[in-house]
Design a protein. Structure first.
Length: 243
């Protein structure tokens, strides 16, 4: 299960399980980012672990130059298709977040929708945060959107079952060894496929301390995509940091 993301993010089943995810959350967060950062129109944006491009597409639609990278070929192909359909130009790169480096200097780096904590060690999880400081312009922004550990621990839904087009999707969630683990069972009438998600849990103080050690300054902290203040009972931890 250590490399769960390689199997899960290269499976078409991902889109069946998360078919309810549309651009609405991406738009909400995108608008919050624009309000908070007041990006200039010529800003260069890096969308780290961009997935299938929901946020990259939003910013490209606003006229920004966007670079996105992800490990999943499936996700990148989906992002390219969506960009072409919308006549948007996004530079998309297949790369591992633990190793990628850039010579370019970005105005803002986005690490959104819990694209963090996938790896076993803290060194691996924090490696991009440390390296990315070097390819962010002085005065540039780092936006970090992650789950709220306290909220998750207090509101974990242990099991959900859905039926979509005759396919039964069961999601089992548990917390163990500082990680939240989800087992996803997809039942095609007796033919079952099982996938996993596993994200390491960090609290806000630990993350803020790490960012400050790197050199970032915390400017603002939000608890949801509507821009409400962060608290223990808000679902997200959205950090706006400056170099």
């Amino acid at each position: 299960m250590e490399n769960w993301y390689k199997d899960w993010f290269s499976s078409e089943e991902y889109f069946n399980v998360y078919n309810h995810r549309d651009l609405s959350d991406a738009r909400l967060l995108g608008e919050l980012i624009l309000r908070e950062t007041r990006l200039k129109k010529n800003a260069l944006i890096l969308d780290a672990a961009c997935g299938f491009g929901r946020h990259a597409l939003f910013f490209a639609s606003k006229g920004y130059d966007v670079v996105g990278f992800d490990l999943s070929k499936l996700f990148l192909d989906r992002a390219r298709k969506k960009a072409a359909e919308s006549n948007l130009n996004i530079k998309l790169i297949r790369a591992d977040i633990r190793r990628i480096c850039f010579k370019a200097r970005f105005d803002i780096i986005l690490n959104l929708f819990t694209s963090f904590g996938y790896f076993k060690s803290d060194d691996e999880n924090f490696s991009f945060l440390e390296r990315s400081y070097n390819f962010l312009k002085t005065g540039g922004w780092y936006v970090f959107d992650y789950l709220n550990k306290t909220y998750l621990e207090n509101n974990l839904e242990e099991e959900t079952v859905r039926k979509i087009n005759g396919v039964i999707i069961t999601e089992k969630r548990r917390i163990g060894k500082d990680r939240v683990i989800k087992e996803i069972i997809i039942d095609y009438g007796g033919n079952r496929k099982t996938f996993y998600e596993s994200v390491k849990l960090y609290d806000s103080k630990t993350l803020q301390k790490k960012f400050e050690q790197i050199g970032y300054k915390l400017v603002n902290l939000y608890g949801d995509y509507n821009g409400n203040s962060y608290a223990e009972d808000t679902p997200r931890l959205i950090m706006f940091l400056k170099k």
